[in-house]
Structures are given as C-alpha cells and as structure tokens.
Design a protein around this ligand. Structure first.
Ligand code: IDP
Ligand code: MG
Length: 136
C-alpha cells in the first residue's frame, strides 16, 4: 500500500549563501524524494515570525526570525512515501553537533541556528507549511 506524503523543506540562508542548494537538492533526489514545487525567495521578518509562531515563547525566537529573513531561501514541496519522517531523518538532529553521518545537517550545518535546512515535523504541520508558501 502506498503512503505517499508531501512535506515542506527550506534550504536556509546559510546554505543558499554558500551555494549548497544544488548539492542539498541532490541529497533529496538520491533518497527518492520528488521535488514537486520549488522557489527561491526572501521573506520579510514579519512572515518569518508568522511561520515560526510555535516558537514565539522561546528565547531564540527573535534571532531565528531575523535569521530566516536575512537572505534568500529555497522552499520546496518534497514528495515520497512517509515524506515527513524520511525528511526529518535525512535532515539530522537540530544541532549539527548531534547529527549523524549521512545527514544534511552533519554535512553542511554550521551551528544550532545556522543548521542549513528546515523540515515539517508532522503531516499536519506539513500541510499548513505547504499552504503558507505555496497557496496563492
Ligand atoms: P528543527 O528545525 O530541527 O525542527 P526546532 O526545535 O523546530 O528544530 O527549532 C526551529 C529552529 O530554531 C532550529 O532549526 C534552529 O535553527 C533554531 N533553534 C532551535 N533551538 C535553538 C537553540 O537552542 N538556540 C538557537 N536556535 C535554536
Ligand atoms: Mg521544527
């Protein structure tokens, strides 16, 4: 039985700035993800605040929103069997120091804040995040 899902991925400013978007997209494709839609954009701080609203009470919220809006990002809809979990696995731990070999954050992440990629953490949030960037 097929359990094809879509999830939202963002290549964050630290990775776009280092021209890593092609390499990161290749890592997704090599794991069997289809990139259904993608666009390179820069968002306003107010949009980043809306996107990361779940983290509003965290001490790092302000820096996080400033960071996500600090430069171009690549947002993508990824599709695959169990895409949400598969993407979280391929991304690796939030802190690149804890990420295991073969993950994007292990390979490219610079620090807990500049960790190169975002991925939806549940199917419900994936739908909301896909709408956030791709519903017109
Ligand atoms: P995730 O990106 O692995 O889902 P979340 O806990 O949802 O991690 O946090 C969202 C983003 O906030 C992280 O990717 C990271 O960039 C940043 N972040 C999380 N925890 C910290 C922290 O303790 N200090 C600074 N930034 C953090
Ligand atoms: Mg998260």
């Amino acid at each position: 039985m097929s359990n094809s899902e879509q999830t939202l991925s963002i290549i964050k400013p630290d990775a776009v700035e280092r021209n890593l978007d092609s390499e990161i997209k290749l890592m997704f494709k090599n794991k069997g993800f289809k990139i259904v839609q993608e666009k390179k954009i820069q968002i306003e701080k107010s949009e980043a605040e809306r996107f990361y609203k779940v983290h509003e009470t965290k001490p790092f919220y302000k820096d996080l929103c400033e960071y996500l809006s600090s430069g171009p990002i690549v947002v993508m809809i990824l599709e695959k069997e169990n895409a949400v979990l598969a993407n979280r696995e391929l991304m690796g731990a939030t802190n690149p120091k804890d990420a295991i070999d073969g993950t994007i954050r292990k390979k490219y992440g610079l620090s807990i804040d500049k960790n190169s990629v975002h991925g939806s953490d549940s199917l419900e949030n994936a739908k909301l995040e896909i709408d956030f960037f791709f519903k017109d």
